[in-house]
Design a protein around this ligand. Structure first.
Ligand SMILES: Cc1ncc(COP(=O)(O)O)c(C=O)c1O
Length: 393
């Protein structure tokens, strides 16, 4: 048992739905975090792909201070606020989408997408939603139902009706399920929690064609792989395939809770007043940070494309050096995974001891999702710690 007071109080007072590491984070600068005991960590977790601009970004600080000085942190959606409107306009411009709904999390962004699919479907006599093996879409009932992993359903039956599961990257398995009753297909262009698995180009192209021919909506969940992480502002832009609905969260709010559901041409106008809502959606403070992140997004993603290749090459070297412990390096940009032959948790703990934060994805993968500002020098330091950790295990 840790003797840190915060860790002890957390264990006493929280529900035990997380398996937490026994450190408490106190401050951060750049991509370095400091815990309450003064130990520093190079952060390759970024609050699980959230903190794109790292810690202490001056523009985020200014934006947040100006919101605080205005006295208005929240307005409700009965009224407009310029920060949320500007963030929506920026999203539509960069994604080439038509309209935006703001909420507070990835799960909520997906709930909105699923409701849009069912609403449009109800007018056309369609209701089935196709999802994929190893997918992850969140923990609310709709989002967890379309999550194609049994471990997230266990104990929570009955799930949402009308959801079927195809095999990721296997278009024949989709063809066997898709029919005139299909309202939508929901897919991560790169699976995150399922183990950092990029979609094949051919698979996504065929999904687009099939959805068009059956008049089903194609929903891309980019809650994790969006917002510059894969070297383009949005992951679908790596493939040149546009969805009908795009869901975002994580990095969007610059560290504050924010999710978004974007509608493209085919999904435009599905929601009408009263159909859906979120009290905090488009919250002033979160939207002010989103404006900052979105202004930097095109520049940041171009940098990530370059630095991501460097990170990937370094991880390939690790696989070559430790063939007994690592199987494969895969991913795009700053969303990389190292598929291991030993439990990721042992490596994570060893790295933590040595001053590096990394996390797992799926059962076997060590995940690297640093802030998008991480440099080649940071990558060298992080990979040398992973190298040392694997040598010692
Ligand atoms: C692809 C994807 N979708 C949805 C979610 C759920 O997001 P949230 O935890 O913000 O509800 C996650 C979270 O990891 C995710 O990776």
């Amino acid at each position: 048992m840790s003797n840190n007071v915060t860790v002890r109080l957390g264990k006493e007072n929280y529900m035990s739905n997380y398996s937490q590491f026994p450190i408490s984070i106190k401050s951060g600068k750049g991509i370095v975090l400091t815990d309450e005991d003064g130990k520093e960590y190079l952060d390759f977790v970024a609050g699980i792909a959230v903190n794109a601009l790292g810690y202490g970004d001056e523009d985020e600080k200014k934006a947040l201070l100006s919101v605080i000085e205005s006295g208005v942190l929240h307005t409700s959606n009965l009224y407009y606020n310029s920060h949320a409107v500007n963030a929506a306009a920026a999203l539509n411009k960069i994604a080439d989408s038509k309209e935006v709904f703001f909420c507070n999390s990835g799960a909520e962004a997906n709930e909105a997408a699923l409701k849009m699919a069912r609403k449009r479907g109800s007018e056309k006599g369609k209701s089935t939603i196709i999802s994929f093996s190893h997918s992850f879409h969140g923990r609310t009932y709709g989002a967890v139902t379309v999550t194609g992993q049994d471990k997230y359903h266990k104990g929570f039956a009955p799930m949402l009706p009308g959801v079927v599961y195809a095999e990721y990257n296997n278009i024949d398995s989709v063809k066997s399920l898709l029919d005139d009753n299909t309202a939508a297909v929901i897919v991560e262009p790169m699976q995150g929690e399922g183990g950092i698995i990029p979609a094949d180009q051919e698979f996504l192209s065929s999904l687009r064609t099939l959805c068009d021919s059956y008049d089903a909506l194609l929903i891309f969940d980019e809650v994790q792989c969006g917002m510059g992480r894969t070297g383009k502002p949005f992951c679908f832009q790596n493939y040149g395939i546009q969805p009908d609905i795009l869901t975002l969260a994580k990095a969007l709010g610059g560290g504050l809770p924010m999710g978004a559901t974007l509608a493209f041409e085919k999904a435009k106008g599905i929601f009408t007043p009263g159909d859906h809502a979120a009290t905090f959606g488009g919250n002033v403070a979160a939207a002010a940070l989103a404006e900052v992140v979105l202004a930097k997004l095109p520049g940041l993603s171009a940098e990530v494309a370059r630095k991501g290749v460097y990170l990937h090459e370094k991880l390939v070297d690790i696989v070559l050096k430790h063939p007994d412990k690592a199987k494969e390096a895969r991913g795009m940009g700053f969303m990389q995974g190292l598929d291991l032959k030993i439990p990721p948790r042992d490596v994570i703990s060893k790295c933590m001891e040595k001053g590096l934060l990394v996390c797992s994805a799926g059962y076997t993968v060590l995940r690297f999702v640093p802030p998008l500002i991480a440099t080649e020098d940071d990558i060298d330091k992080a990979v040398s710690i992973v190298d040392a950790a694997l040598s010692e295990l």
